[in-house]
Write a protein that binds this ligand. Structure first.
Ligand code: HEC
Length: 121
């Protein structure tokens, strides 16, 4: 019984570490987005702020001028939707105006979204 408890505790400990590692890799990767996106609510620049972006409806900030394509995309920014969008923005939302070619590596995308989840609440 004790062994099982210790084993379970170890698994939680290490999976926590792994998650933290993902997010810190993601933080570095966010460097590619930071030129255009702030994590602070209400701070709009070339791109809309990404505060609370997980679960947000695409094109829904009042104080950012989105492309018509983004506004009518009907997407909600789930982790999966964000990963697909940053892999190939023009494929997921044709004619949207984000000037970003795409992040090719699936692991990079997953780590970046782990960071968004943790730091952009
Ligand atoms: C050169 C500037 C630029 C870069 C770099 C960039 N974006 Fe964007 N992003 C934009 C613009 C502009 C829009 C609005 C697009 C539209 O309205 O069609 C946008 C929109 C978005 C949206 C939709 C937000 C909403 O409110 O619907 C998400 C999510 C997003 N970007 C994530 C990212 C991520 C993650 C990265 C980095 C991998 C990134 N962007 C890199 C400019 C940029």
């Amino acid at each position: 019984m004790n062994r099982i408890l210790i084993f379970t505790a170890l698994i939680f400990f290490f999976s926590g570490k792994v998650l933290a590692q993902h997010a810190s890799r993601g933080q570095k990767l966010f460097g590619e987005c930071a030129a255009c996106h702030s994590e602070q609510k209400g701070v709009q620049s070339i791109g809309p702020d990404l505060h609370g972006v997980i679960g947000r409806k695409a094109g829904s900030l009042e104080d950012f001028r989105y492309s018509p394509a983004m506004k009518r995309s009907g997407l909600t920014w789930t982790p999966e939707a964000i990963e697909a969008y940053i892999a190939d923005p023009q494929k997921v939302v044709p004619q949207n105006r984000m000037p970003y070619a795409g992040m090719a590596d699936a692991r990079d995308r997953a780590d970046l979204v782990a960071y968004l989840k943790e730091a952009f609440k």
